[in-house]
Design a protein around this ligand. Structure first.
Ligand SMILES: CC(C)(COP(=O)(O)OP(=O)(O)OC[C@H]1O[C@@H](n2cnc3c(N)ncnc32)[C@H](O)[C@@H]1OP(=O)(O)O)[C@@H](O)C(=O)NCCC(=O)NCCS
Length: 176
């Protein structure tokens, strides 16, 4: 498997992976919006290739922890997509790991996600609310709102409410 940072010339591949994985246009439209949204920057867009075909994509965008006692650089993973024919081969997990490692190297300390608790638990995401890290909107079930620490001792040392990019701030994106 090969994972690269997606550039503007990869846009068609990225959007078609999002459409194929979710079987609708909404997530592709969200990705397009986030990539041109200044409030989402810096962002990290990763494309995974298997057998030289683009088969997976993940987008990470900047979030801010409002009300925190000290700054803790943070990002959110949304969305993650693997085309149906290439699912269950570790592409999703590899995209998460590569992203976490690049984000940690750039100084990001907290990585948030809203998604299936069982899936994201496998990649080290724990429930965020017990650590005082709240989502922009109340999430049901609460354990779908998760966080992964990318720096030592950060969990428990900082709390606040996540403020995301404008394009991601619509309530319909915050339902699990
Ligand atoms: C969710 C998704 C990204 C996973 O990608 P993937 O490349 O298949 O994932 P991986 O191969 O890394 O991991 C697969 C493992 O996770 C498990 N898994 C996959 N989806 C799961 C889910 N929703 N809940 C729990 N476990 C899940 C599988 O059982 C598999 O485990 P196994 O191989 O031991 O049986 C992919 O299924 C997808 O694109 N789905 C549609 C879009 C979506 O729902 N995206 C996530 C929300 S943003």
């Amino acid at each position: 498997m090969r994972i690269v940072e997606a550039s503007a010339t990869d846009s068609d591949a990225v959007l078609s992976i999002e459409r194929a994985a979710f079987a609708r246009d909404d997530e592709a439209a969200l990705v397009a919006d986030l990539l041109r949204d200044p409030t989402a920057q810096p962002s990290l867009s990763l494309l995974a290739f298997l057998e030289d075909k683009p088969v997976g994509h993940v987008l990470f965008t900047r979030v801010v922890l409002a009300g925190a006692s000290h700054p803790a650089p943070a990002a959110i993973l949304a969305p993650l997509a693997v085309v149906p024919e290439y699912q269950r081969r570790g592409v999703g997990r590899a995209l998460i790991e590569q992203g976490a490692s690049l984000l940690a190297a750039s100084g990001v300390q907290l990585l948030f996600v809203l998604g299936d608790p069982a899936y994201y638990a496998r990649s080290g995401f724990v429930p965020a609310v017990p650590s005082g890290l709240r989502a922009p909107y109340p999430i049901v079930p609460e354990e779908a709102w998760r966080v992964r620490a990318l720096a030592a001792d950060v969990l428990g040392s900082v709390s606040g409410v996540v403020a995301c990019a404008e394009s991601l701030a619509k309530p319909e994106y915050w339902r699990e």
